[in-house]
Design a protein around this ligand. Structure first.
Ligand code: DSN
Length: 480
């Protein structure tokens, strides 16, 4: 009998303990691992964190309240929370070459909210308090407070349009950022589907936003943040970059120089769980010392108490990302995305912008006669997990969409290389070519119903499973 690994012992024992309290939860945790092991994960925003990162989250740090910042808490007994928060921030600063890091945000949305309020506090609140010659908002009269509150709502922002790949938190009406800021969108050139910097500059000059947001969740190209900074500086705006999707490519030194957000923006937000491969959570970086004191006020201004267990896991993951292997990993993510793009193109697919510079490949599925919804479901049948996504000027709207977004961070973590991505492209193309759109009960073309032969489903599943059998997920974990 072979000796059990520490990871197997840790997880097997943890599941036994959980099963004693609530067996269904233990069964679901096991089921999730089996699911993830059996599917080709191409969700661009997902990854597989290391067992060390995952284990750092499951402990008594979760029991501790620690509102405030290290050394300045609203609760006693925070010495170990202070240590892990400071460690995570130090790792983040070193990894990204930033003067300052705030590791408390619970998610990317939270990180963006903290950033927006920090920018508003710096640009609107602080000058108003100085003008009124008071130090604190509680020192303002009711009338002055009403004036300040009204002026918060008069701020303007520009961000990338949703169908060009922007994110809902970049000033769109369904999100709180759209209710907070008057927003206008910039987009891609209709012919090339690549960001049109001249149009961004023109919009900025005409609309005069206070905040220029750059970053994306479904744009398959790199962004020149040096040009975005020039545009922001020309109008006196604050440049905020949301690098949630591509933080791993920044950490791994794929995006450097003009393409490095930290070197160019006033403030940078991110998640920690996407290409960065850490725990689910958010982070903020800044080289602007004027903004840093306001970011520090994120909790309790916007955030609930920091999750010390997740900050501990962030420290583990950021330490992993500082190793040279992480840079190799980040470069392989992009090499794999390019191989996937080439494989799909040579099999007849049309890609938004005709390719990729990052981890994302956005496929226009309309030439296959499908909506994004139909393509997503057909691929799932064959064991390929993707998400449907709008494409520029999408005729099918945000729910059904006309595209599927593919991302390579997770499969690259498993160890897949370019030749494997050609096989992935072939599996995807065979499903998209075989799937057909059905009609609704009223006889109209359906955007949701589709048909896919069992032979195609079975073959797709077999090929996906065969490929994955070469690259097992968490091979150090064997559950009984
Ligand atoms: N959910 C993330 C993504 O899939 O891109 C963004 O919020």
């Amino acid at each position: 009998m072979t000796a059990q690994t520490p990871e197997t012992i840790a997880y097997q024992n943890a599941l036994d303990v959980i099963a004693k309290a609530e067996p269904t939860v233990a069964a679901c945790i096991k089921g999730e691992l089996e699911n993830q092991r059996s599917q080709l994960k191409l969700i661009a925003s997902e990854n597989y964190a290391s067992p060390a990162t995952l284990l750092a989250m499951g402990n008594w740090f979760s029991d501790k309240y620690a509102e405030g910042i290290p050394g300045h808490r609203f609760y006693a007994g925070c010495e170990y929370v202070d240590q892990v928060e400071t460690l995570a921030a130090n790792h983040a600063q070193e990894l990204f070459g930033a003067d300052y890091a705030y590791v408390q945000p619970h998610s990317g949305i939270d990180a963006n909210l903290v950033a927006f309020w920090a920018i508003l506090a710096q640009r609107v609140e602080a000058p108003f308090l100085a003008e009124q010659q008071v130090k604190h908002v509680n020192d303002l009269s009711e009338a002055d407070w009403a004036t300040l509150r009204a002026s918060f709502g008069n701020q303007k922002m520009i961000g990338m349009s949703l169908d060009s790949g922007g994110h809902l938190t970049h000033g769109f009406r369904p999100n709180i950022s759209g209710k907070l800021f008057d927003q206008r969108s910039y987009g891609v050139d209709p012919a090339t589907e690549i960001l049109d910097y001249a149009a961004v500059r023109q919009l900025a000059k005409e609309f005069k936003p206070d905040v220029v947001v750059a970053g994306y969740s479904a744009y398959p190209r790199k962004v020149n943040f040096s040009i975005m900074r020039e545009i922001a500086d020309e109008i006196g705006a604050t440049l905020m970059v949301d690098m949630a999707h591509f933080a791993g490519l920044v950490a791994g030194k794929v995006f450097t120089g003009d393409f490095d957000p930290i070197a160019n923006a006033h403030i940078v937000t991110s998640t920690t769980h996407k290409s960065l491969r850490g725990p689910r959570g958010g982070i903020i970086l800044s080289n602007d010392e004027n903004l840093q004191p306001f970011i520090d006020k994120g909790c309790p201004m916007v955030l609930g108490g920091p999750l010390a267990n997740v900050m501990a896991a962030k420290a583990v993951a950021l330490s992993e990302a500082k190793q040279p292997e992480f840079s190799t990993y980040a470069h392989q993510i992009v090499a794999n995305a390019k191989a996937l793009a080439d494989g799909l193109k040579s099999r007849g697919a049309r890609l938004v912008s005709d390719g990729t510079d990052n981890h994302i490949v956005l496929v226009d599925v309309t030439p296959f006669g499908l909506s994004g919804r139909q393509a997503e479901l057909a691929l799932q049948d064959a064991g390929v997990i993707v998400n449907r996504n709008s494409i520029p000027n999408d005729p099918n709207g945000a729910w059904y969409t006309s595209g599927v977004r593919l991302g390579t961070p997770a499969l690259t973590t498993l160890g897949l290389k370019e030749a494997d991505m050609t096989e992935v492209a072939d599996i995807i193309a065979s499903v998209l070519k075989a799937a057909t759109s059905n009609t609704t009960n009223a006889g109209k073309a359906s955007k949701a119903k589709y048909s896919l032969g069992n032979d195609v489903i079975d073959l797709g599943r077999k090929r996906s499973a065969d490929l994955l059998s070469n690259y097992p997920l968490y091979p150090e974990v064997t559950l009984g």
